[in-house]
Design a protein around this ligand. Structure first.
Ligand code: FES
Length: 576
């Protein structure tokens, strides 16, 4: 790739390391203090490697090694790599929800890149929220960057059966509660379900968002599907290091790649993967940072013309390792070709169309061709009605067909603790036609919009063989989950959305085909309930939680902070 006309003195880092003044004397002497020689940094692009490694992030356990591989690539290409650790959002461990901290990582990424002498960045992420957070922050900063996805972990295994992260935990937990498996079997599942480093290997939020990042043109072609433990993954890491140095010289800034057309491609791929519902929130937030107005309805418009091609759990049968061997995301993109904007540019300097040229499907059961699609349309659907005036989402491909048009009486839980206390109570007035409703689980009510949207089926119904019911909440759902779960109801109940006014026994109508979610209660009755409704108080009086509570937007706006997508650009720091 030919270099642009950029010279070393045009680099942003030159102001720190190249200038002839007292301040840069200080910066150079401190770089020398760390053992670097002048030859290591003089006139070279400084590449910030934003590493979300942590001892409590199982999905990024290989990131120490991968950071070294990225550095090797940066050195090879004539750059100066500097690893900059950032908060690691570990999906299972961080409470109340990693979603509470997505915007914190985004802010940290943006400010790390701004406040240090960085010319370009490699973003290391993969575990659920880390991908959107890193991309949001780097997009706002506006420097050249490349995303290095963590890669999915290897297939799980139990008694010769492949196990999928999350998805099979829900499945076997239900079987344990129903008395169909014993504690020993449950322990064996626990030992076999997560066999290597890497992110969840179903089409959960992690695989969806890394695929989204690749579709947006922010990774090297093919990067998102490579299993974390595959040697190809290590080579992709060092190739990312080499490429970012070139991108700095070319001044190829991914914010310029993030066009409306690129986001349409990402929405289409999310649908074709039957990807995580969380992608809706993250894509809206990411688009907002790029100055692209992406609304919920665009997801529905694109869903209507997008076949579901990935036969991967939870909507399908296979796992990400199989998806990779079947040709990976490039093969799926090639099959989707006619619906995509192929002219969108990507970090390797080529167009999406050029990158997918020649990609093939090697297993047509895992990656379906259009004529054998899992569903002809609609990996995700957007619902509206008097219960969700600002929208709600459902993943029809993960829901039982018979429940997609259903009217039933509500069984209401006022919050998660109320639900946990009563859901298995034998005296709970519930049957398979009931509609389970969870309130106060949204962006503010959760707080942090936890993944509680797959409400458990009451034990007494599990024992009768019931495995799916209509469930409605303002929460999110793990991308590894399944069921007829209506999620992200907006506005949320905590701020007085209609979900707050539902009472036990109210009839609720769900009609996925008609995109309708209706509370069958008269306006007069609802108005009366509205006057009786009292807002709960936020648990946060101080600190980051208070900042979050003051500024987070609703699900249909992407849950970004209002002050992060509004306002003029932040100036680069003065160097005094
Ligand atoms: Fe990290 Fe699922 S726990 S991606």
């Amino acid at each position: 790739m030919a270099r642009s006309k950029r010279r070393p003195e045009d680099l942003r880092s030159h102001r720190w390391l190249g200038a002839k003044d007292l301040r840069s004397f200080g910066h150079r002497s401190r770089a020398l203090q760390m053992g670097y020689s002048r030859a290591d940094f003089a006139g070279k692009p400084v590449i910030g490697i934003i590493n979300t490694w942590s001892e409590i992030n199982q999905c990024h356990a290989h990131f120490k090694l991968r950071a070294e591989e990225i550095k090797r690539g940066v050195w090879q290409a004539g750059g100066f790599p500097l690893e900059l650790p950032a908060i690691s959002l570990s999906e299972p461990f961080q409470k109340p929800s990693t979603m509470l901290y997505r915007n914190l990582l985004a802010m940290e990424t943006e400010e790390l890149l701004r406040s240090y002498p960085v010319d370009g960045a490699v973003l290391m992420g993969g575990c659920d929220k880390t991908t959107p957070a890193l991309i949001m922050g780097a997009t706002s900063m506006g420097l050249p960057f490349i995303f290095m996805p963590a890669g999915p972990m290897l297939r799980g295994n139990w008694h010769g059966e492949p196990l999928g992260s999350g998805t099979d935990s829900w499945k076997y937990w239900a079987e344990l509660r129903a008395g169909n498996i014993d504690e020993k079997a449950w322990e064996e599942v626990e030992e076999g379900i997560a066999r290597s480093f890497g992110h969840c290997m179903v089409m959960g939020t992690a695989s969806t968002m890394t695929s989204v990042a690749e579709t947006l043109g922010l990774t090297l072609p093919g990067a998102a599907s490579i299993p974390a433990a595959d040697a190809n993954h290590a080579r992709m890491a060092s190739a990312s290091g080499r490429r970012i140095v070139e991108m700095v010289w070319e001044d190829l800034r991914p914010p310029g790649l993030l066009t409306r057309e690129a986001f349409d491609n990402a929405v289409m791929v999310t649908q074709a993967l039957s990807g995580s519902t969380n992608a809706v929130i993250h894509l809206i937030a990411m688009a907002g940072r790029a100055g692209v107005a992406l609304g919920l309805d665009r997801f529905d418009e694109i869903a209507s013309k997008t076949p579901v091609l990935a036969n991967v759990r939870p909507a399908g049968k296979y796992l990400m390792e199989d998806f990779y061997y079947a040709g990976g995301l490039l093969a799926l993109l090639a099959e989707l070709r006619e619906g995509l904007n192929l002219e969108c540019r990507t970090v390797n300097g080529r167009t999406l169309g050029e990158n997918i040229a020649g990609a093939k499907i090697y297993d047509a059961d895992v990656i379906r061709t259009r004529d054998k699609a899992l569903a002809i349309a609609g990996g995700l659907a957007v619902l509206r009605g008097n219960l969700a005036p600002d929208g709600a989402v459902i993943k029809p491909t993960a829901a039982e067909a018979r429940l997609q048009k259903h009217t039933g009486p509500a069984v209401v839980f006022s919050d998660y603790n109320d639900m946990a206390r009563r859901i298995d109570d034998e005296s709970l007035a519930v049957d398979e036609n009931s509609v389970l409703v969870l309130q106060n689980a949204g962006p503010l009510g959760g707080p942090g919009m936890p993944e509680w949207g797959q409400l458990p089926i009451p034990k007494k119904l599990l024992k009768r063989g019931v495995r799916d019911m209509v469930r409605i909440s303002d929460a999110r759902m793990s991308g590894t989950s399944y069921g007829t779960c209506v999620l992200h109801v907006a506005p949320e109940s905590f701020v007085g959305g209609p979900l707050a006014l539902v009472r036990d026994g109210d009839l609720i109508e769900l009609d996925v085909a008609a995109r309708r979610l209706e509370l069958k209660v008269s306006e007069e009755k609802l108005a009366r309930r509205r006057t009786e409704w009292r807002q709960r108080s936020t648990p946060y009086a101080r600190g980051y939680g208070a900042l979050y509570a003051r500024h987070v937007t609703q699900a249909n706006m992407g849950c970004d902070f209002d002050f992060l997508h509004d306002g003029p650009p932040t100036p680069d720091p003065e160097i005094h």
